[in-house]
Design a protein around this ligand. Structure first.
Ligand SMILES: N[C@](CCCC[B-](O)(O)O)(CCN1CCC(O)CC1)C(=O)O
Ligand SMILES: [Mn+2]
Ligand SMILES: [Mn+2]
Ligand SMILES: [Mn+2]
Length: 342
């Protein structure tokens, strides 16, 4: 398989300047070099150019709706084309409002996709529930069919159409959820794991339940939307909405490794008894059978990954920016097959 990298230097989903430089600092942290170590081909599609619209008055207190809508319409076409060309797509943000275009574009090619949202925040506010009016806190609301009747017609978003069912979404890392968002999570029965859930269950169990929830009935493409602020701010300081008590380095890397192992890593499909029996057989050196099985299933189910909210203007020092960008590269590499065991 091949990986395409697409930069989306965009910041109008929120108010802090600098996140539009996210693609550059992630690249400067050695992304392409790190990706060249894999056996897949890598295509750099460069950065999208987003036009800045002069007249873009707030709508129902939503900031820059037309600019954000236009950017996401353009992004959705680019993502759809890259996925249709057979690439695993890596989208570099930019703020998280870009997920509207990224996931929509992916869904246009793969309507059966499932979405794993790794974030301190749920990003599921509507214009009515948003405390800030910032669209980077609202992308999921544009995707969910169940929220259709609660979404107004926002200028710039007439091209969008809800495509996702609540059951096809799992959140990991939540620790700053607004009241309106919490109501949606509960009323739609969305599967989510807060940082408290991770403390109680451990990250291995969280991933097992996530994959059983999303993949037990059938395998399908995964869209991983990774907000760098899911990590503890001590690890990812250069971001716009840091929240204490985030993912450790090891938890974040484990999430990425397990997503890479989908499609081959059978434990997550509810057939634990069968696979543990196969593991038992391994001791009789039936390893060949096992490895044939896994290699026949080729790479993971990951099809599109967003890496968003790295803001180099918000690091207290160049080292803080570098650490944040390098962490983003580490998560990307682990999602694409880098292992800790050599
Ligand atoms: N939920 C927030 C933050 C969105 C973050 C978007 B991102 O893509 O980074 O996940 C507001 C969160 N909260 C509101 C009350 C304040 O006291 C603290 C921040 C919002 O503005 O919608
Ligand atoms: Mn986010
Ligand atoms: Mn966030
Ligand atoms: Mn692999």
């Amino acid at each position: 398989h091949s990986v395409a990298v697409l930069g989306a230097p965009f910041s109008k989903g929120q108010k802090k300047r600098g996140v539009e430089h996210g693609p550059k600092v992630i690249r400067d942290a050695g992304l392409m070099e790190r990706l060249s170590n894999f056996d897949f081909s890598v295509h750099d599609f460069g950065d999208l150019n987003f036009q800045h619209l002069e007249e873009d008055e707030p709508y129902m207190d939503v900031k820059f709706p037309r600019t954000v809508g236009a950017a996401n319409k353009k992004l959705s076409a680019a993502v759809r084309n890259a996925v249709s060309a057979g690439h695993t797509l890596l989208m570099l943000g930019g703020d998280h409002s870009l997920a509207v275009g990224s996931v929509s574009g992916h869904a246009q090619h793969s309507p059966d996709l499932c979405l794993i949202w790794v974030d301190a925040h749920a990003d599921i506010n509507t214009p009515m529930t948003s405390p800030s009016g910032n669209l980077h806190g609202q992308p999921v609301a544009f995707m969910l069919k169940e929220l259709q009747d609660k979404m107004p017609d926002i200028p710039g978003f007439s091209w969008t159409k809800p495509f996702l069912s609540s059951r096809d979404l799992v959140y990991i890392g939540l620790r700053d959820v607004d009241p309106g968002e919490y109501q949606f999570l509960k009323s739609f029965g969305i599967q989510y794991f807060t940082m408290r859930d991770i403390d109680r269950l451990g990250i291995q169990r969280v991933m097992e339940v996530t994959f059983d929830h999303l993949l037990a009935r059938k395998q399908r493409p995964i869209h991983l939307s990774f907000d760098i602020d899911a990590f503890d701010p001590s690890l990812a300081p250069a971001t716009g909405t840091p929240v204490n008590g985030g993912l450790t380095y090891r938890e974040g890397i484990y999430i990425a490794e397990e997503i890479h192992n989908t499609g081959t890593d059978h434990y997550s499909y509810g057939f634990h008894f069968l696979w543990s029996f196969l593991d038992f057989l391994k001791v009789f050196d039936c390893l060949a059978f096992e490895s044939n099985l896994s290699s026949s299933w080729c790479a993971g189910l990951l099809s599109v990954m967003d890496m968003v909210e790295v803001n180099p203007d918000l690091g207290a020092s160049p080292e803080a920016v570098e650490a944040t960008a390098t962490l983003a590269v580490d998560v990307i590499a682990s999602s694409l097959g880098q292992t800790r065991e050599g």
